[in-house]
Design a protein around this ligand. Structure first.
Ligand code: ADP
Length: 191
């Protein structure tokens, strides 16, 4: 099995690269952001609750996000692999994921962080706000808050995977194809 965590700040290109990776390596895309946006669109109780956090750029509580991950893992039992996009976002989530996978006799193969500087992130997210309908891309102060939340609550997940000897980083600046190639090189070394 090939299980990848794709990691990085908002706007670093996790979703874009995930779309290409799932095709090349035949993986299930487990994007917690996509699952939450879907729940919001369907106005489920989870979606109604999550919207309050997402619209401010805050994290949705761990327990809710973890339950979504469990559901998806169980739904795709027997898959050739998963790509975790937007999860884990806290050390608590990272610890949980490790245990969830252990119970299923699987583990993370490698964690790949996309390195992109603050100015470039801001530029990309402001551009994206013109093309998509994401409420958390609408306002510069919400975008800034998401980057802040990343720095304060999420970036430490890097230390978690360093300790596990699974951390790798790639330069996230360049064309989509250039970055994809950098990621594939790392994956091919680890699989
Ligand atoms: P981005 O990386 O651009 O912020 P995502 O789609 O990954 O986009 O996340 C959008 C929002 O969804 C986050 O700001 C957060 O509110 C919520 N979210 C997604 N994944 C998680 C998670 N693992 N834990 C808590 N909240 C999450």
């Amino acid at each position: 099995m090939l299980n990848i965590v794709i990691f990085g700040p908002p706007g670093s290109g996790k979703g874009t690269q995930s779309e290409k990776l799932i095709k090349k390596y035949n993986l299930i895309h487990l994007s917690t952001g996509d699952i939450l946006r879907n729940a919001i669109a369907k106005k489920t109780p989870l979606g109604i609750m999550a919207k309050e956090y997402m619209d401010k750029g805050e994290l949705v509580p761990d327990k809710d996000v973890i339950q979504m991950v469990i559901n998806k893992l169980d739904k795709y039992e027997g898959a050739t692999g998963f790509i975790f996009d937007g999860f884990p976002r806290t050390n608590n989530q990272a610890e949980f994921l490790k245990n969830l996978l252990k119970e299923r006799n699987i583990e993370i193969t490698v964690m790949i962080t996309l390195d992109v500087n603050h100015d470039e992130l801001l530029k990309r997210l402001i551009n994206r706000s013109k093309e998509t309908d994401r409420s958390d891309d609408k306002d510069v102060s919400i975008i800034e808050n998401r980057i802040n939340v990343y720095n304060k609550q999420t970036a430490s997940v890097i230390e978690f995977y360093k300790k596990e000897n699974k951390y790798q980083s790639v330069d996230g600046i360049g064309t989509v194809d250039e970055i994809f190639e950098r990621i594939c090189k790392i994956i091919d070394k680890h699989k």
